[in-house]
Design a protein around this ligand. Structure first.
Ligand SMILES: Nc1ncnc2c1ncn2[C@@H]1O[C@H](COP(=O)(O)OP(=O)(O)OP(=O)(O)O)[C@@H](O)[C@H]1O
Length: 225
């Protein structure tokens, strides 16, 4: 589904990822961990085409990402839902409008008027907050709304960047359950997180592989977490 073949990524500050090879199989569940600044967000950005590898081959849905034209890239991105670390809401738009944004952008705005949106917001427990503005939401509500927006277009892959940052344990468990539920629906899930207790908690719920970025490489983490 997503395959990195000897991928390296270099920017002005130096090489961040070096000769990384990795396969995310359809329906798999992965955590990506590693110290701050190791390159977790960068790896996620490579996976959804926001950055291109400096060298190596990265294919998504069996297509070499470097060879996609603009339209093909847009189609590819629609199949990947991203939960950004900073949530990225438009503060002047309501929660419902923010979550429906991917539909507007993809020209399916009329669906936003139908039940899909309220079903989705009920699923994340925000059915009663449709008209709230983002600044009125708590951290946990923002994170759940970001997850709802990421899956608005029924993506095949969900990439979540610190989806439980700034929330308490109970809320992080709730978010984890939602992500596990998405995986049980067949979606491929990759979660970047610092939170090793989240990874431990997931073990009883889902068969997850844990990847660790260390010294510009990705290793499969052992059972010592
Ligand atoms: N294109 C770029 N230009 C400048 N700096 C970059 C670029 N890409 C990555 N970096 C730097 O590389 C480092 C890794 O960033 P990244 O956000 O991927 O790490 P991270 O593991 O997600 O960190 P955190 O856990 O703190 O979110 C950072 O210091 C970042 O500023």
């Amino acid at each position: 589904m997503i395959e990195l073949d000897h991928v390296s990524y270099t920017y002005g500050g130096g090489e961040l990822l070096s000769d990384v090879s990795l396969k995310l199989q359809p329906g798999s569940f992965h955590f990506l961990t590693g110290p701050s600044g190791a390159g977790k967000t960068t790896l996620l950005k490579l996976c959804y085409g926001a950055l291109l590898p400096t060298s190596g081959r990265l294919s998504v849905f069996d297509q070499d990402i470097a060879r996609l034209n603009r339209d093909q890239m847009a189609l590819m991105r629609r199949r990947i839902g991203v939960v950004h670390q900073d949530c990225r809401f438009l503060d002047h738009m309501t929660l419902a409008e923010n979550v429906a944004l991917p539909l507007m952008v993809s020209g399916k705005a009329e669906i936003a008027e139908q039940t899909d949106l309220s079903d989705l917001l009920n699923w994340v427990g925000l059915g009663a907050r449709l008209d709230a503005l983002p600044p009125e939401l708590s951290g946990g509500e923002r994170q759940r709304a970001a997850l709802a927006r990421a899956v608005m277009l029924s993506p095949d892959v969900v990439l979540a960047d610190e989806p439980t940052g700034n929330v308490d344990w109970e809320m992080s468990q709730r978010l984890l359950r939602l992500l596990v539920e998405l995986n049980k629906m067949g979606k491929t899930v990759l979660i970047a997180t610092h939170d090793l207790s989240l990874i431990r908690a997931a073990k009883s719920q889902v068969q997850a592989r844990v990847l660790r970025i260390s010294q510009r490489q990705i290793q499969l983490a052992g059972a010592d977490l």
